[in-house]
Design a protein around this ligand. Sequence first.
Ligand code: 13P
Length: 272
Amino acid sequence: MKYHKKINMLIKANKSGGDIPMRKRIVAGNWKMNKTNCEAVEIIKELKDLVNGIDNVGVVIGAPFTVLSDLNKVVNGTNIKLAAQNMYPAANGAYTGEISPEMLKAVGVEYVILGHSERREYFGETNEFVNKKVKFALDNGLKPILCVGEKLEDRESNNTEAVVEDHVVNGLKNITKEEMKNVVIAYEPVWAIGTGKTASPEQAEEVHKFIRNLLVKLYDEETSQGVTIQYGGSMKSSNSKELIGKENIDGGLVGGASLDAKEFAAIIKSAV
Ligand code: 13P
């Protein structure tokens, strides 16, 4: 029974029948502008023990720049990977206040969250700029987590798909099929971020499926099936299992609930 269940899951994730690698579920925390060094190290030490041994779900923490180096010392050799929350698309130079991929890699960073709605909203980031960052991250060995998602007014005016399509198509401009193996997409409806209002599993799955189909059009079935598409927006341990249980929802990008090690570990375990 257990064996058949496993095989069915493999078939489900590999519906086109070809030699397609099963995509990995990834649960990433986005700490945003929270936690000093001491606080961050304390959480990660607790988390490390709670998620020890989990190898079929990727565990990622997106922490502020200032704590990455200290966290790297703690997560080294564990199953926890580090993400930055932003990056500038240049190798070095006169860009006051910015940070380069090399600097991030030097402190053990593997992923970078790009195009988050807060950066689009408060820092005026356009699709074009986000795309430049995605390309530069990939060219320099970082894996982008590209955030896409509609605002409440877009949803209310039936423009969800148009907005998501715009974010996906323009965010991935000039990104090759091969490079897509290192890209994660996070669908984050802006109206669900930090509001306690989660998209229902059905609402989220509808958009995830739309993104998956869009990737087939932009690339091909095999590439599309390989891309991890996370859900983000008020994800907690009380709703994560149902969300991640949907066919096209491959994990989460978790804000508030990732600031508590026990709660975040419970979300990760719900994806196992
Ligand atoms: P919340 O989980 O706090 O709603 O934030 C989601 C988010 O923005 C993750 O990037």
